[in-house]
Design a protein around this ligand. Structure first.
Ligand code: DX5
Ligand code: ZN
Length: 218
């Protein structure tokens, strides 16, 4: 079954706890937390204190997506704040294997994210070390952008690599996922769908999640 990871980037920050409770009640699996530093991406969002504030109020898997330069400096802090899964960008890590190893040593699951233009060849050697691969289906930085359809073939290629090496990492997609784009990415092998605006700007959060799940399995 496909997992749904609502991105709180599109939530109403003045009612964050309530909105997290709403997605949790609707039965999602992960909570996707987008961390941006204004350098790796042209936007600034949230830091460890927000993760720590939400942690006592949710049992969801906290899926922390670090869109920041030098993520090594912040890994421990995010894990201490309550991150279960920490995903770093391949483009931001000079020593990716070292960073991934550090995340795991500190007790979290480790994910690696690739921008749309970044080839899979860059991560193939370390696929056996990771718990999740996140393929960006938009250029990171903002919610509400249009899905880049060309990534579907990259997704299929990643799925083939996973099968070829008999690995078990999860495949997550992020950006422009909604009822129209979900069927294609699920068919191509995505197992975790990050969805921000399609959930939090919908008139009813539970209905939006229900519809997304139905589309994913259609
Ligand atoms: C984009 C973020 C996404 C974003 C997705 O840089 O990584 O997680 O919140 O938002 P939507 O679903 O609106 O494209
Ligand atoms: Zn994200």
């Amino acid at each position: 079954m496909v997992k749904i990871a609502p991105s709180i980037l599109s939530a109403d920050f003045s009612r964050l706890r309530e909105q997290v409770a709403a997605v949790e009640e609707a039965g999602v699996e992960y909570l996707h937390i987008d961390v941006m530093d204004g350098h790796f991406v042209p936007n600034i969002t949230i830091g460890p204190p927000v993760v720590a504030s939400l942690r006592p109020h949710s049992r969801l898997v906290f899926d922390v997506h670090l869109m920041i330069e030098k993520p090594d400096y912040y890994i421990e802090e995010f894990i201490a704040a309550g991150a279960d899964l920490v995903t770093v960008h391949v483009e931001a890590c000079t020593h990716l294997h070292r960073t991934v190893t550090r995340i795991k040593e500190k007790g979290a699951l480790a994910g690696i994210a690739l921008n749309p233009a970044t080839p899979l060849a860059l991560v193939e050697p370390i696929l056996p070390t990771v718990d999740l691969v996140l393929l960006m289906t938009v250029n990171p930085g903002f919610g509400g952008q249009r899905f880049i359809g060309e990534i579907v073939s990259k997704l299929e290629a990643l799925c083939d690599l996973r099968a070829k090496y008999a690995l078990k990492f999860e495949i997550e997609v992020d950006g422009g996922i909604n009822v129209n784009t979900a069927p294609a990415v699920v068919r191509a092998g995505a197992g975790v769908l990050v969805t921000g605006s399609a959930i939090f700007t919908a008139p009813d959060i539970a209905t939006a999640i229900h519809d997304l799940r139905a589309a994913a399995h259609s």
